[in-house]
Ligand binder design. Structure first.
Ligand SMILES: C[S@@+](CC[C@H](N)C(=O)[O-])C[C@H]1O[C@@H](n2cnc3c(N)ncnc32)[C@H](O)[C@@H]1O
Length: 416
């Protein structure tokens, strides 16, 4: 989920190299459909896959729409921010990263000697990494006190991140996958901002007559795409590792009495990739903190009558819509994170839940700690105050985003 209502400036930071503007879209069109050429390219890929193997799961559609190596939405650098389709806390300016850096430094003080390891995933163009590394580099003891890792499978994104980081790149290491991280595990912080809600989700609707969930996938209708029920839930053929994916019960552990009153057609999503990410992170965390900032809900909130059509959304030029099957590759797609499922997965892996709250409440506590330690954060300039309002105000990003923070053997320093 994305924020599309902000009043802020995008503050340039010290290490920044000039930012690229959003690529100018090709004016050439596919005459038959009157669609931009690149959009037609991805639609052709999806149509061909459906032609060959039948309807695909929505997770597969979303994976292609966002991450197809040639045409995927996230193959472009500029979807985040004023010139893109949505804002995140990072595009509000450098303060979000600075507040996180302060919090991480507090938590690090409770760990053993040695550099504080920080692992970020979903770093996109590296802005948040730059803001955090810069904050540490401004401190007297320098950036040597941290070991900053970006977990990044995409070589294109690694290149963007290096460019954004500029001279800060010297303090950052890259891991292609979890196995590239230190074999003895991470002692510090593993975190992501708006990563898990961008992972491919499956869509299910309750069939009250059959007393069963039915998976809805994507089929063809002429040149476009339509929702179709899948014959065998989860058996899409095209989905790698489909049989290993966690089942629906891990996301919605509903008992018979609840199912008996669930309205016909009630829609939920599951995101096995998000759960796998959380489990992988928990397994790698030897000591310290695991946290995510995302748009998301608890299991009970996801079952509220107001959510009966699920939470899948599309973002295009700062407009939100339910038209998630339209213009694949040209718009962002998201599904709310199921925080109950993540929390349970972390706890099953031995983590303790420290915080589950709104981003606003979390950041206000960080600010409270900053005020108890004058001189450790830097001055509250008018620009920083403006950004803080954007990040914590309930009408802006403060309530919409939530943070889930879990820990393993971490002594909490101060109130955080
Ligand atoms: C919504 S954007 C958020 C970007 C950034 N964290 C921010 O807050 O501005 C999600 C990013 O996660 C990336 N992403 C998706 N799956 C990923 C994965 N498995 N590992 C690393 N990045 C991933 C996407 O390509 C995209 O850049």
């Amino acid at each position: 989920m994305r924020a599309h209502r902000l009043g802020h400036n995008e503050t340039p930071a010290k290490c920044e190299t000039p930012r690229q503007r959003a690529p100018v879209k090709s004016a050439r069109t596919n005459e038959k459909q009157n669609l931009p050429r690149e959009m037609s390219g991805l639609a052709d890929v999806i149509r061909a896959e459906i032609e060959a193997g039948g309807p695909i799961s929505f997770a597969r559609f979303m994976d292609l729409a966002l991450y197809h190596p040639e045409f995927g939405y996230y193959q472009r650098r500029s979807p985040v921010g004023r010139q893109g389709d949505y804002y995140t806390s990072v595009s509000a300016g450098g303060l979000f990263g600075e507040l996180l850096a302060f919090a991480f430094a507090q938590w690090g003080a409770g760990l053993d000697e040695g550099p504080l390891q920080i692992v970020e995933s979903g770093a996109h163009d590296g802005r948040l990494a730059r803001d955090i590394v810069e904050w540490f580099s401004r401190r007297q003891d320098g950036s040597g006190q941290i070991e900053y890792w970006i977990l990044e499978p995409s070589s294109a994104r690694r290149a963007w991140q290096k460019e954004t980081l500029g001279q800060c790149a010297a303090y950052v290491r890259w891991a292609r996958d979890w196995d590239d991280l230190p074999a003895c595990g991470v002692e510090g912080v593993i975190f992501a901002n708006e990563l898990l809600d961008a992972m491919p989700a499956r869509r299910w609707a309750w069939d009250a007559a059959a007393m069963n969930w039915r998976e809805w996938g994507v089929g063809r209708a002429g040149e476009g795409f339509v929702w179709v029920p899948l014959d065998r839930p989860g058996a899409t053929g095209q989905e790698t590792g489909a049989t290993e994916l966690p089942g629906l019960k891990e996301f919605f552990p509903l008992d018979a009495s609840l199912l008996a009153v669930l309205p016909d057609g009630f829609v939920v999503e599951t995101c096995p990739a998000a759960l796998t990410w959380w489990r992988n992170a928990a397994a790698r965390l030897r000591r310290g903190w695991l946290l995510t900032f995302d748009y998301g809900l608890t299991f009970e909130e996801l079952l509220s009558p107001s959510r009966s059509q699920g939470t899948l959304r599309a973002y295009h030029r700062h407009q939100v819509s339910n038209a998630v099957l339209h213009r694949p590759g040209e718009q962002d797609l998201t599904a709310h994170v199921n925080f109950s499922a993540l929390r349970a997965a972390g706890q099953a892996a031995g983590l303790k839940t420290e915080h589950f709250e709104s981003q606003g409440d979390f950041l206000i506590r960080v600010v409270g700690e900053i005020e108890r330690q004058p001189g450790r954060f830097g001055a509250w300039t008018p620009g920083r105050r403006r950004q803080l309002k954007t990040l914590v105000h309930p009408e802006h990003l403060g309530r919409a985003f939530r943070v889930l923070a879990q820990s393993r053997q971490a002594r909490i320093s101060g109130v955080m």
